[in-house]
Design a protein around this ligand. Structure first.
Ligand code: AMP
Length: 588
């Protein structure tokens, strides 16, 4: 690491005093009990995320403060105060009660960034139901797979998404009893087999005490993808709120008067933990933009809304960089004081681009669905080593470990040595299981260490550097995509004999999904068939998951035990050495 490239922070870089400056001292003094004391807890004991996020503010002096400011192209901005959010969430909780939904039962939400989604999330948590977010760019197949794995009883979605993605698959989701629809046109919906949410809300009382949940009661179920098999539902309890609060303070440096913008979609874990929960906990106003990425719109929001803290993703930053430096020159960002990014490796150039163009470096941080909250971060007072993810937050014990032959792991003490990134169990938002899959959960741990599946290094100053994934999971535009899910959808096409899916490096979105397929006897490859397969995958999986490229191969390389060697497909695609091919089946 070239020390000249370190971005040294001075007082001038800190436009307000950061929440903490003495890293070593804060780490020493930190305990999770002390962090818990920053929240109120339920009056009768226990803890409930919605109570901490909304109720305690609605009952106090923040009642009339805007919790969310919803922006969209076709309507004026709509502010929703903590008080109003409490009323709406209370009505939603009562709607669930009237439908007979019990504590611990799953409510899926599938919508764009519309106010009703946020109300449904907070109302479900208040009721004690479990929130399972679905990304609105998923196609029918990933939606049905997750609803079934999560045994969803309720789905909250819009009339358009329902008709496009759910209606024809409804009979494949046997546990799904109630579909609550929001009309995208603002009408009353009247689709057979569904209920109109606005009508139910209007008739429901707003008074509803938060469910008596404990830290270990399931609150959130986030699906994440592995290399093989179906997606895994990572279970998080209400106690995760302690991490959300502490990391909002340490890693995002939230102050009470911030205007905060998290660009992540609440269909994914960042958009839930840091787009919904953490800012509410800190009583800050969040900007929620319904629209998709648009360079002028984004600079305009940063400027016009006076955003002070911005949490975004490398793909978005690279898209802004691609549009050049002339556009941002038209805007001013005097209020912006802290920028953070997560989800994929953040190139050093992107960190410096922030400093040159927006006046602030970008602060990378690292976490994953299973950790429930930010674990490693560059915080405002740290010097930044561009390309590094930063240092473990107070309360987080991170290490680089090596796997031993007996199945245990040992901590690598020497700096700059590559190994698996591991976290010592014990932080409150650590996932408590993969739903109905105890075996897969158990495999994530070795003794006290949770093994993240990421390869990384730690330098002599304690900064962590991402190296790559230890598995074949694909990261595209910040979203984890399981190759198996894509391969399965392709194999459902009558022409496909076998499919192997890899992440192909891309300068903007990190990786794109590329599929290799071999055809069944009687089918010949052609441009027409390639396009048909792309269309088939897109229809089933949705734009977020479907492959962008498909190539035909006569056969796919397999191990002798029959597994497709994606690693080899990738090496061949990239012209890299093929590595150990001793397990390759003859002729592959
Ligand atoms: P997810 O569970 O979808 O949030 O994805 C988590 C994965 O994203 C991690 O295990 C990493 O592979 C990757 N990731 C998250 N943050 C970073 C980062 N700052 N740098 C590099 N990779 C990251």
């Amino acid at each position: 690491m070239d020390s000249l490239s370190v971005i040294r922070k001075t007082g001038a870089d800190l436009r307000v005093a950061p929440n903490f400056a003495d890293y070593a001292g804060e780490c020493r003094a930190f305990t999770w009990d002390r962090a818990r004391a920053g929240l109120s807890g339920l009056p009768g004991g226990g803890i409930n995320i919605a109570h901490e996020a909304v109720e305690r503010h609605a009952a106090g002096f923040l009642r009339d403060k805007a919790a969310f400011r919803f922006l969209s192209r076709n309507a004026p901005a709509r502010d929703v105060s903590f008080g109003e959010l409490s009323t709406l969430a209370g009505r939603f909780a009562n709607v669930l009660g009237q439908l007979g939904i019990a504590k611990g039962e799953r409510v899926f939400v599938l919508a764009g960034r519309i106010p009703e989604l946020y109300v449904a999330v907070l109302g479900s948590l208040r009721h004690g139901a479990v929130v399972c977010p679905l990304f609105s760019a998923f196609g029918p197949e990933p939606i049905a797979t997750r609803v079934n794995l999560g045994e969803g009883r309720v789905l909250v979605t819009t009339d358009l998404l329902y008709e496009r993605k759910v209606a024809q698959w409804r009979d494949k989701m046997p546990t799904l009893e109630h579909v609550l629809l929001v009309s995208e046109e603002g009408n009353t919906t009247n689709i057979p087999g569904t209920l109109d949410l606005a009508t139910l809300m209007a008739a429901a009382s707003a008074t509803c005490a938060p469910a008596a949940t404990s830290a270990e009661d399931m609150a959130l179920l986030h699906f994440t993808s592995g290399t093989t098999g179906t997606p895994k539902g990572a279970v998080h309890g209400h106690g995760a709120v302690v991490t959300h609060h502490a990391t909002g303070y340490y890693a995002l440096d939230l102050h009470a008067d911030d205007i905060y913008w998290c660009t992540a979609d609440p269909g994914w874990v960042t958009g839930m933990s840091y787009g919904v929960i953490a800012p509410l906990l800190h009583g800050v106003t969040s900007i929620i933009d319904r629209e998709e990425f648009d360079v002028e719109r984004w600079y305009g929001i940063l400027q016009d809304e006076g955003v002070t803290v911005w949490y975004t993703a490398p793909t978005a930053i690279r898209m802004l960089m691609k549009c050049g430096a002339d556009i941002p020159r038209k805007y001013r960002f005097p209020n912006l004081r802290f920028i953070a990014s997560v989800g994929e490796p953040l190139n050093p150039e992107a960190v410096r681009w922030g400093k040159n163009v927006l006046g602030l470096p970008i602060h990378d941080n690292w976490w994953q669905t299973e950790t429930g909250g930010i674990m490693i971060a560059n915080t405002p007072a740290f010097d930044i080593k561009p390309g590094s993810m930063g240092r473990p937050l107070p309360g987080i014990d991170a290490a680089i470990v090596r796997h031993l032959e007996d199945g245990s792991v040992t901590v690598i003490e020497e700096p700059d040595v590559e190994g698996e990134l591991a976290l010592k169990r014990g932080w409150p938002s650590m996932f408590r299981g993969y739903l109905n899959n105890a075996e897969r959960y158990r495999k994530c741990f070795s003794g006290d260490w949770y093994l993240t599946g990421d390869l990384a290094k730690r330098d002599a100053d304690g900064y962590f550097w991402f190296v790559g994934r230890a598995d074949d999971v694909i990261k595209s535009a910040g979203h984890l995509i399981g190759p198996f899910e894509v391969e399965s959808a392709l194999m459902e096409h009558p022409a496909v004999a076998e499919a192997g899916v890899i992440g192909k490096p891309d300068p903007v979105v990190g990786e794109i999904v590329k599929a290799f397929v071999s055809l069944k006897t009687g089918f010949a490859d052609s441009e027409e068939l390639r396009r048909e397969l792309l269309g088939h995958a897109r229809k089933r999986l949705g734009a977020a998951v479907a492959p962008k490229e498909i190539a035909f191969l006569p056969t796919l390389p397999r191990t002798r035990s029959g597994k497709i060697m994606r690693r080899l497909l990738k090496a061949r695609e990239l012209g890299l050495p093929e590595g150990d091919t001793s397990t390759l089946e003859a002729g592959g």
